[in-house]
Ligand binder design. Structure first.
Ligand code: RB5
Length: 152
């Protein structure tokens, strides 16, 4: 399994913990930045990771900012991306099982490190259930297609 990871400055510290955790499990992880705690803009890192995941270069992405909100909103602008902000393990497995989420977003200012690592493990170990949920994913894709290129 290959994971693409990115954060802004507000998610930098938790991102380092997540990378250490994944590497400890022999999971391949590529860091797309940011690489310091200097202030930066979360859409830049959301775009890098979301493009890689949408192009199927990585199975999943993990994005971290202060809340997980700005970075997930940004990632969800990339067609084919379903980024879910998770602050608990229930949402982490539901986002995979029901929404086939391909990016996990978290907020360093929201979740502690221990919970964040449990959320990561739960997300990566859960599987999409398909069936009626696929019909709903297809409708999400339909919305993307309707507005491809902007508001009509
Ligand atoms: C940065 O201060 C903060 O706004 C950002 O990390 C994120 O929480 C935005 O959604």
């Amino acid at each position: 399994m290959k994971i693409a990871i990115g954060s802004d400055h507000a998610g930098f510290s938790l991102k380092k913990e997540v990378i250490k955790h994944l590497e400890g499990k022999n999971i391949e992880v590529k860091d797309f930045g940011t690489f310091s705690e200097d202030s930066c803009d979360y859409p830049d890192y959301a775009l890098k990771v979301a493009e890689e995941v949408a192009q199927n270069n990585f199975e999943f992405g993990i994005l971290i900012c202060g809340t997980g909100i700005g970075i997930s909103i940004s990632a969800n602008k990339v067609p084919g991306i379903r980024a879910a902000v998770c602050s608990d393990t229930f949402c982490a497995h539901a986002s995979r099982e029901h929404n086939n989420a391909n990016i996990l977003a978290m907020g360093e200012r929201v979740v502690g490190t221990g919970l964040a690592l449990d959320i990561v493990d739960t997300f990566l170990n859960s599987k999409f259930e398909g069936d009626r949920h696929q019909r709903r994913i297809d409708k999400i894709t339909g919305i993307e297609k309707k507005f491809n290129g902007g508001m009509k």
